[in-house]
Design a protein around this ligand. Structure first.
Ligand code: NAD
Length: 417
């Protein structure tokens, strides 16, 4: 019996190894890509409100900057591991490369449970973390952004701490900031809007129709709820949604405005009056056209991949499908639009935010969304065409394009010294 691959880092390496073999990547380049440019571990002493000091552990992982400065989110989570950050940093390298955004991959975070902190404690922790990673971040070096449990307020504190130590206001040091200090219009919903553009592109290549398309969404946070909103506006039918506490199903369709009101007021879909209560496990087994996992990683596994009845999966979350599940879905001919393509809207508009900050010239929302659509339409076409040519799945095609661009950059730059 084969061992289960349950580390996100193992999964990331297997994905790289597989595509490197397929594209006959030179061994030295392959080895460079399997390794990291830099991993910084920092200890963060913080005065808590009760007067005692606690020490937290933080990280910034920089994978590869051959195509441009490092870019990636900052995650605050009690179960954060360096393994996860390494996988996520590597994935950022591929995501930026695939979208043609001139950044490399990074990820950072602190092992902590921010839900137990006061606002002052959260601010002190964030400022200390920013100070600790200052030697390796910079507008042209490494640009952090929000991720799980971090938000635009945390980005504002990071930007302020960096600016004070730098001696002048430096908005381009982070993205995902509030609008009044250099944030971009369209950034909040960019990931969800991007997933919607990608679903529209994917549906064009099938017999399905956007009008009345039946969609199930796991996770109704920033990403999932924006997908629900935009797809509803396009005439799709949201038949099921969920949060960590379970979900709700109605084959006739659920209204986004009522769903989001209930979720905001109650923090879950329990007692939602317009549908049947379901578990997260049963959401995956519903007959639907498109399934959008938009919660956590490793949700589609060898245990449930056989039970999925969706005609297509579009990955909103990062790494929602395990390697084993990917094989099962490929065998079952259920197309999976991979995360590095489907959820790239967030990093693309982060890039737009950085460009606007650096130029001190800001765009209207229409311009942001139009440019986002152009990039995602082009990227989808490139991935789909290569997948058809190579008779591969879309993840392999997307990885092929992304890894090749990074490898080409490494080769043309050469080795120093
Ligand atoms: P979020 O915290 O706003 O929302 C997460 C949602 O998932 C919540 O509804 C939560 O209740 C639900 N959830 C959590 N655990 C669950 C579980 N075990 N089963 C079912 N539902 C569960 O987070 P988000 O920003 O929407 O991010 C969701 C995913 O998308 C993450 O994987 C993240 O890395 C990825 N992602 C986010 C962005 C972005 O711009 N926010 C960009 C790219 C990728």
């Amino acid at each position: 019996m084969k061992a289960t691959i349950n580390s996100s880092w193992q999964t990331a390496l297997i994905q790289l190894d597989t595509v490197s073999k397929m594209m006959m990547l030179p061994d030295d380049i392959h080895q460079m890509l399997r390794n990291f440019d830099r991993i910084l571990t920092v200890s963060l002493p913080v005065r808590m409100d009760d007067g005692f000091m606690r020490v937290f552990n933080g990280f910034r992982v920089q994978h590869n900057a051959s195509r441009g400065p490092y870019k990636g989110g900052v995650r605050y989570h009690p179960e954060l591991t360096l393994d996860d950050l390494m996988a996520l940093a590597m994935e950022m390298t591929w995501k930026c490369s695939l979208a043609g955004v001139p950044f490399g991959g990074a990820k950072g975070g602190i092992i902590c449970n921010p839900k137990t902190f006061s606002k002052d404690e959260l601010e002190r922790l964030t400022r200390r973390y920013t100070y600790a990673i200052m030697p390796i971040i910079g507008v042209e070096k490494d640009i952090p952004a929000p991720d799980v449990n971090t938000n635009e307020q945390i980005m504002a504190w990071m930007m302020d701490t960096y600016s004070i130590n730098n001696g002048y206001c430096t908005p381009g040091i982070v993205t995902g900031k509030p609008l009044n200090i250099g944030g971009s219009l369209g950034r909040t919903d960019a990931t969800g809007l991007g997933i919607t553009f990608t679903i529209a592109n994917a549906v064009k290549n099938t017999k399905m129709n956007l009008k009345g398309l039946k969609v199930a969404i796991q996770g109704y946070g920033n990403v999932g709820s924006a997908v629900g909103k935009f797809l509803s506006e396009m005439g799709c039918k949201i038949i099921a949604v969920s949060s960590s506490k379970g979900g709700v199903y109605n084959p006739k369709g659920l209204r986004h405005d009522i769903l989001i009101k209930h979720y905001k007021e109650n923090g879950s879909f329990e007692h939602f009056p317009h549908g049947e209560s379901i578990t997260n496990a049963s959401l995956f087994e519903l007959p639907c056209d498109v399934l959008v996992p938009a919660a956590m990683g490793n949700q589609i596994t060898k245990e449930n991949a056989d039970k999925i009845k969706a005609k297509m999966i579009v990955e909103g979350a990062n790494g929602p499908t395990t390697i084993e599940a990917d094989h099962i879905l490929t065998k079952r001919k259920i197309p999976v639009v991979p995360d590095i393509l489907a959820n790239a809207g967030g990093v693309i508009v982060s890039y737009f935010e950085w460009v606007q900050d650096v130029q001190c010239y800001f765009w209207c929302e229409h311009e942001v969304n139009t440019k986002l659509k152009d990039i995602l339409d082009r990227t989808y076409r490139e991935v789909y065409t290569l997948a058809q040519e190579k008779k591969s799945n879309m993840r392999a095609a997307a990885m092929n394009i992304a890894v090749k661009r990074v490898a080409d950059a490494i080769q043309v730059r050469g080795l120093y010294p």
